[in-house]
Design a protein around this ligand. Structure first.
Ligand code: CO
Length: 202
C-alpha cells in the first residue's frame, strides 16, 4: 500500500469530471486500498479518486466514529440505517436513484483543509453502485453516511462543497485561499485534531 498526495483547491484536477470504471481489476483494488490508507492517515471519513489525481468514479468512505484514542467503533450516533451498512465502503460508478428530505451539516474537505461551512443535502438517498468485483450493489441510507456519499459524488463531477455556499461566501473563501493558501489555518486545524470533538473532513 502507498500513501497518496491529496490535491487541494485550487488545483485544476479537482475540477475535472471523472470517468466511469470499466475494468474491475487488481489496479482498481490497489487504488482503493491506497485511497483508504491515505484517508485514514489524514483523519478523513471519505475520499474520492480525483482528490488523489485519479479521474475515476471511485470513492472510499468510513464514517464510523472514533473513541478518544482515535480507534474506530461502530455504534456511536449512527442512524439505524447507517449501522446496517458494513464499512469501509468502496463505491464504483455511483448513481443516486432516489432522494428525500433535506439536512444541513458543517462540512469540511481534505481538499479544502481547515474550512468548514454549512451545506444543505438530501437527508435520505438510495444509491446504486458497483463493488470492486464489478457486482452491482445498492444501499439506502441517511445521516452522516448519506451526506458523505453526496459530498464525494460531487467530487466526481468536479464540484467542491465551497461551490454550494452563497455566491458571496463562496467567493470570499476561494479568494482567501488563492491569496493566503492554507499554511496558517492548517496549523490551527492540527491543534483541533488533538481534541476529541474534531470535525469530520470528507
Ligand atoms: Co471533499
Amino acid at each position: 500500500m502507498a500513501l497518496l498526495e491529496i490535491l487541494k483547491f485550487p488545483d485544476p484536477r479537482l475540477r475535472e469530471v471523472s470517468q466511469p470504471i470499466q475494468e474491475f481489476n487488481s489496479d482498481l483494488e490497489k487504488n482503493a486500498k491506497d485511497m483508504l490508507e491515505t484517508m485514514y492517515k489524514a483523519h478523513g471519513i471519505g475520499l474520492a479518486a480525483p482528490q488523489v489525481g485519479l479521474l475515476k468514479r471511485l470513492l472510499v468512505i468510513d464514517t464510523r466514529s472514533q473513541d478518544e484514542k482515535g480507534r474506530r467503533y461502530q455504534y456511536d450516533e449512527m442512524t439505524s440505517l447507517e449501522i446496517e451498512i458494513q464499512q469501509p465502503l468502496i463505491i464504483c460508478n455511483p448513481e443516486i436513484v432516489d432522494r428525500r428530505g433535506k439536512i444541513t451539516f458543517d462540512e469540511g474537505c481534505l481538499s479544502v483543509p481547515s474550512f468548514y461551512e454549512t451545506v444543505e443535502r438530501s437527508e435520505f438517498i438510495e444509491l446504486k453502485y458497483f463493488d470492486l468485483k464489478g457486482k452491482e450493489q445498492s444501499l439506502k441510507v441517511d445521516g452522516l453516511l448519506s451526506i458523505c456519499i453526496q459530498h464525494e459524488i460531487d467530487h466526481l463531477e468536479g464540484t467542491l462543497f465551497i461551490d454550494r455556499l452563497s455566491f458571496i461566501k463562496s467567493n470570499k473563501i476561494k479568494n482567501q485561499i488563492k491569496k493566503n493558501g492554507y499554511s496558517k489555518r492548517e496549523n490551527e486545524s492540527e491543534d483541533q485534531d488533538s481534541s476529541p470533538r474534531k470535525k469530520d473532513r470528507i
